[in-house]
Design a protein around this ligand. Structure first.
Ligand code: DWN
Length: 411
């Protein structure tokens, strides 16, 4: 069920320095039915460390992907911001790499087919790969062919034989979830045309550290990528950076465009500049990481104190967005039903369930106007603007928002 990390998953170095213990916490997408509340809730260690050689920040323990991803409640279509990001990826990739109806686009970790539906909208051939049986079914109902399995070399060979090579392979918020990166990249190279492009997007360690985004550290996210270790990985996998962009999604992400190493390749100045910036801000120094850890502990103290003082004044407090990150924040800060009266979420499968660890019950978003809590803690702070725009009436009637990250702020 749990494997202790013995060596860095990029460079194999066995010396990893832990800098933030988050304790033992239930899986952040492990939502509970009322019948489960009386049962023992499994908790898993959450410790993050840095490789002293290539600099990859990574979890020190690995929970089996079979437990985490076979039945999956997170879907991207609950957020306009995320869907707009998908639409932008599809239109940019189509134009920049002249992807036409004859081209195949494969999405690894395709979830409910949301990203691929934009490519399909352009008449492009698509194929999804996702281990979540429940989501693969939804994607198929939307007309997105989806292979319900984890990506693997064996599956890649089958796809290449049956579908031919892909012009584009995408992987948004999934590369960080995969333990064996060498296996992943080997599978990608099998499926990718020689002039194809592999586009990955994932949260950027620099934004995580600079904006105290500790709650995005959880069991599903094995790696917290930055350019320096990524360059080691890409080089050893026989690929090269075509381009790299910082994007605003999820509190700040990297979108990297990779291709098979060309003979005439030269190092991209953009990559070297980004690595130089990472070194200059001390991203890999233990001093930076330890001050991040102390900011996290201070945030925990401040948030608990704030909620407790509001509760002392008999204020009703709701939580908005039963996000995986929200469950980490609540469990690490030991915030439960004594401080939060209820939660709301737009995801149909989460409504009526209880949040793991805190056991806060989840209602549809309409519960906010119905019960008019004095304060609403936005757990999905990466969508705070979208949520506050949606809940203008609540604010107009005097409701206040608490945004916990990067600092505890009342709006
Ligand atoms: O990497 C991952 C990211 C992409 O998604 C996965 N490991 C798991 C998941 O993390 P998350 O649950 O923190 O993702 P979100 O998309 O930040 O979660 C937002 C939550 O807030 C969803 O449950 C939907 C909800 N929401 C809502 O209720 N009303 C979101 C918006 C925008 C809203 O208006």
């Amino acid at each position: 069920m749990i494997n202790k990390l013995k060596q860095c998953r990029i460079c194999g170095n066995s010396k990893l320095t832990r800098f933030l213990p988050l304790g033992k916490i239930p899986l952040p997408n492990g939502f509970l039915k009322s019948a489960d509340l009386k049962k023992d809730e499994p908790k898993y260690p959450l410790n993050v460390g840095i490789c002293t050689s290539c600099g990859l920040v990574q979890l020190m323990e690995i929970v089996s992907p079979e437990i985490m991803f076979r039945n999956y409640v997170y879907i991207p279509s609950t957020s306009k911001t995320r869907m707009n990001n998908f639409a932008q990826i599809a239109s940019t990739v189509r134009e920049r790499f002249s992807v036409g109806p004859e081209s195949l686009v494969i999405d690894i970790g395709s979830n409910d087919g949301s990203l691929l539906s934009y490519f399909k909208g352009y008449g492009i051939k698509t194929l999804g790969i996702d281990p979540a049986t429940n989501l693969a079914k939804i994607a198929e109902l939307k007309g997105i062919e989806t292979i319900n399995d984890f990506v693997s070399v064996e599956l890649a060979k089958k796809i290449r034989r049956s579908k031919g090579p892909a012009k584009i392979i995408t992987a948004t918020n999934v590369v960080a979830h995969i333990n064996d990166l060498h296996h992943l990249f080997t599978a990608v190279e099998i499926m990718l045309k020689d002039d194809g492009v592999f586009i990955c997007e994932f949260p950027y360690l620099r934004d995580l550290i600079e904006n105290n985004q500790f709650d995005t550290i959880y069991h599903e996210h094995l790696s917290y990528f930055s350019i320096k270790p990524l360059q080691v990985l890409i080089t050893q996998e026989g690929l090269e950076f075509l381009d790299v962009e910082r994007t605003p999604i999820d509190g700040g992400s990297l979108r990297v465009y990779l291709c098979k190493k060309q003979k005439s390749s030269k190092a991209s100045p953009k990559i070297n500049n980004l690595i130089k910036e990472e070194e200059e801000i001390g991203l890999y120094s233990t001093q930076t990481l330890h001050s991040f850890a102390s900011r996290v502990r201070n945030l925990r103290t401040k948030l608990r104190a704030k909620l407790k003082s509001l509760k002392k004044k008999n204020q009703i407090i709701a939580a908005y967005g039963a996000a995986a990150k929200g469950n980490i924040l609540l469990n690490y800060c030991e915030i439960g039903t004594s401080l939060i009266d209820f939660a709301v979420d737009s995801t149909p499968y989460k409504q009526g369930l209880f949040m793991p660890g805190s056991h806060i019950r989840i209602y549809p978003e309409a519960e906010i106007l119905k019960r008019m809590p004095d304060y609403t803690l936005i757990l999905a702070w990466n969508f705070a603007k979208e949520i506050m725009d949606k809940e203008k009436k609540y604010a107009a009637k005097g409701g206040k928002f608490i945004i916990p990250v990067p600092e505890v702020t009342i709006v």
